[in-house]
Write a protein that binds this ligand. Sequence first.
Ligand SMILES: [Zn+2]
Length: 343
Amino acid sequence: MMYGKASPRRSDFGKIFVFFILVLVISTTVFVKNYFFNGSNSLKKPNKPPSSANATLNNNRSESLDQLNPTRTSAGPIKVVYELPEKQPVVYITIDDGWYPNEEVIKLMQQYHLPITTFLIEQAAQKHPDFWHEFVKSGGHIEDHTFSHPYLTHLSPTDQKNQISQPIDYLRQFGSPPNELRPPYGDFNSEVGQAAHDSGIKYIVMWDAEMEYSRFTTRSGLGLKAGDIILLHWVPGLDQELIKLLNIIQKQNLGIADLTQALTGEPLTISWIKASIPAPKPTPTMSTSTTTSGNPKTPGTSNTHRTSNTSGTSNTPGASNTPGASNTPGASNTPESPDTWGA
Ligand SMILES: [Zn+2]
């Protein structure tokens, strides 16, 4: 009797054990397949937008000053730029990623004639192409921030090149083909530089100042200075961060110039902000701290454009580009989903 009862229980246990082993084998197979094989085909199975991109309040910034290593001034055959010479009293505004287009930013660009460079993720660009056409028509300039925003040094050389070159083909619809790359997370090495070079990229553009989480900071810890490349992100509330930055730029008596013009050594078209700028609206996350020591100047009453010459840091004389060129063949500027455009 005792033996008869024990035998079925052992049999059940055996079945459960076999089932458990089967589940384990299947799970391991799926994991290994996804982990080791999807990475070699990052374009066919692109990284999804960061989960936080779908959050109601997104303050996700994928690049920051913490990622900089300014001693790395080249990546393979490509020059790496963190700032530009102080020969002209201008700074350069760059905005990364592109998940949250913002119509208020367009209005600021039009009002103050801001030559902003956006390092745009192709996947994000595909969400709102009409907005990016409008951005370029408003004086913006679009450059390469990869297809799906991976850590480039984690990819094979082939995938690095795919991540960099595919956006060049897509983004050329917004103007001249990109020839500047901002590597996601500031992550690059000589292999990335070679892949960028092979894709037609001429510069890896980093940054040396940031306006993030409504806080302005420079790499040096000092105030904003001529030649600084300033980093922002397309996040909800970007317009308020931009207003705060414009106030700082104006107080420092600096102009704003086009990054590509400076890189290629073209004469700079400088925007001087003479009109008064509204104070940024306070937000719960807004910080009042800034490293800028102001040299306030009484604002004038109108915007003016001045043109002057500069010799940039071009290592590719003769490279041509048309900053801010409007080239929107057949494009409608009607927003496809304006209710999703930023804060
Ligand atoms: Zn980014």
